[in-house]
Design a protein around this ligand. Structure first.
Ligand code: DAH
Length: 340
C-alpha cells in the first residue's frame, strides 16, 4: 500500500499541465469521484488496524498535495481570458477604424494620372535646393524679391547657398540639364515659403510643375493641354481662361482660371461672384532658361506650368482652410475614407 501511495505521489508531482484541458484530466485521474485518491481511501478499510493511522496520514498528505497543485494551476489559468474559456468565440469581431488617403495625396495622384494619359512622365527633385536650380537658372534677377529672406527659408547663406525650394520649377531645370527633348514631364512635390500661417497661406504646400519641350511647341499646345486638364479634373463643363501675367522663367506668361464648378460660373462667394477661380501659372519657357539648362533655344521651344495641389483640392473638395491639411484632425481626414 505504501508503495502504491508513493507511486501515485510521484505521478501527481510529475504530471505536466499546460492548459485547462490537461488540468481537468488531472482532476479526474486523482481527485475526482472515481479518481486514485477515492480508491486509496476505499482500500484503507483493508489495511490492518495498526497501520491504518500511518497509511491514512499518507493518503491525506497525498490528497493535500494533489488539491494544492490543482488549485494553484486553476488560479493561474483563470487569470488568462483564453484559458478560462471566458472568450466568446462566436462574438463578431471588433471593428478597426478604416484609414484614409490624405486629400492632398488623392488629388496629387489624380493630377498625375490625368497627365500620364497624355504621355507625361513623373520626375522629382530635392526639397533642399541650391540657388542655381531654384532661382538663377530660372532667370530670376539677383535682386528679385522672391529670393528675399522674407519668402525663402535659407539653410545656408553665402557662397554655397542652400534653401528649401520655394517652387517645383527647380525640377524643370534638373530635368532639362539631364535630358534632351522631347521632354514631357510633371514634377509633384512639397515646397516651402516663409509666410505666416493662416487659412489662406501656409509655410509649406504642394505643387505640380509641368514641362513640355520639343520642336515647334506653341502657346496653342499649352492652352489645349490645360483645357484637357481642367475638363478631366473638374468635369466636361469646365472652361478655362488665360490672363496675361509675369514669371521670370516664362515669356509670355499667363495665369489660368477655371470656371467655378460650385456655382456653374454663375457667381458665388467662393469665386467672389466672378464665375472664375485661379488655378495655375504658365507660359512659354523663356529662351534664357532653355539655354541655361543646356537646351538649344534656337531649335527647341516649350511650355511650362505650375499649380498648387492645395488649391485644386480646395476646389474639388470644398476645403476652405489651408491649415486643415496639416493638422491631422481625424474628423477632417475621415471624410475621405470613401475615396480610394
Ligand atoms: N513657380 C510658380 C510659383 O511657384 C508657378 C509657375 C508659374 C510655374 C508659371 C511654371 C510657370 O512652370 O510656367 O508660383
Amino acid at each position: 500500500m505504501k508503495e502504491l501511495i508513493q507511486t501515485i505521489k510521484y505521478q501527481v508531482e510529475s504530471y505536466e499541465i499546460s492548459n485547462p484541458r490537461e488540468l481537468e484530466s488531472f482532476r479526474i485521474q486523482f481527485i475526482g469521484s472515481k479518481g486514485s485518491l477515492k480508491e486509496l481511501f476505499g482500500q484503507l478499510k483493508q489495511v490492518p488496524n495498526e497501520e491504518k493511522k500511518e497509511i491514512g496520514q499518507l493518503i491525506n498528505e497525498l490528497r493535500n498535495l494533489a488539491e494544492t497543485k490543482y488549485n494553484d494551476l486553476k488560479e493561474q489559468f483563470e487569470n488568462t481570458d483564453a484559458a478560462s474559456g471566458s472568450i466568446d468565440f462566436s462574438r463578431s469581431g471588433e471593428e478597426f477604424p478604416v484609414g484614409s488617403h490624405h486629400p492632398i495625396s488623392l488629388v496629387r495622384r489624380e493630377i498625375i494620372e490625368i497627365f500620364n494619359r497624355i504621355g507625361y512622365t513623373v520626375s522629382e527633385g530635392p526639397e533642399i535646393e541650391d540657388d542655381w536650380h531654384n532661382f538663377s537658372a530660372l532667370n530670376f534677377p539677383p535682386e528679385h524679391p522672391a529670393r528675399d529672406m522674407q519668402d525663402t527659408f535659407f539653410i545656408e547663406k553665402g557662397d554655397n547657398e542652400m534653401a528649401l525650394r520655394t517652387h517645383t520649377s527647380s525640377v524643370q531645370v534638373r530635368v532639362m540639364e539631364n535630358t534632351q527633348p522631347p521632354i514631357r514631364t510633371i514634377s509633384p512635390g512639397r515646397v516651402y515659403r516663409n509666410e505666416a500661417v493662416s487659412a489662406r497661406a501656409h509655410c509649406f504646400f504642394h505643387q505640380v510643375e509641368g514641362l513640355y519641350i520639343d520642336k515647334n511647341v506653341s502657346f496653342a499646345d499649352l492652352k489645349q493641354t490645360l483645357e484637357y486638364f481642367a475638363k478631366e479634373m473638374f468635369g466636361e463643363k469646365a472652361r478655362i481662361r488665360m490672363r496675361p501675367s509675369y514669371f521670370p522663367f516664362t515669356e509670355p506668361s499667363a495665369e489660368v482660371d477655371v470656371s467655378c464648378s460650385i456655382c456653374n460660373a454663375q457667381g458665388c462667394n467662393v469665386c467672389k461672384y466672378t464665375g472664375w477661380l485661379e488655378i495655375l501659372g504658365c507660359g512659354m519657357v523663356d529662351p534664357n532658361v532653355l539655354d541655361a539648362s543646356g537646351i538649344d533655344s534656337g531649335i527647341y521651344s516649350g511650355f511650362a506650368f505650375g499649380m498648387g495641389v492645395e488649391r485644386i483640392t480646395q476646389l474639388k473638395y470644398k476645403v476652405n482652410d489651408l491649415r486643415l491639411y496639416s493638422e491631422n484632425d481625424i474628423r477632417f481626414l475621415k471624410q475621405f475614407t470613401a475615396v480610394l
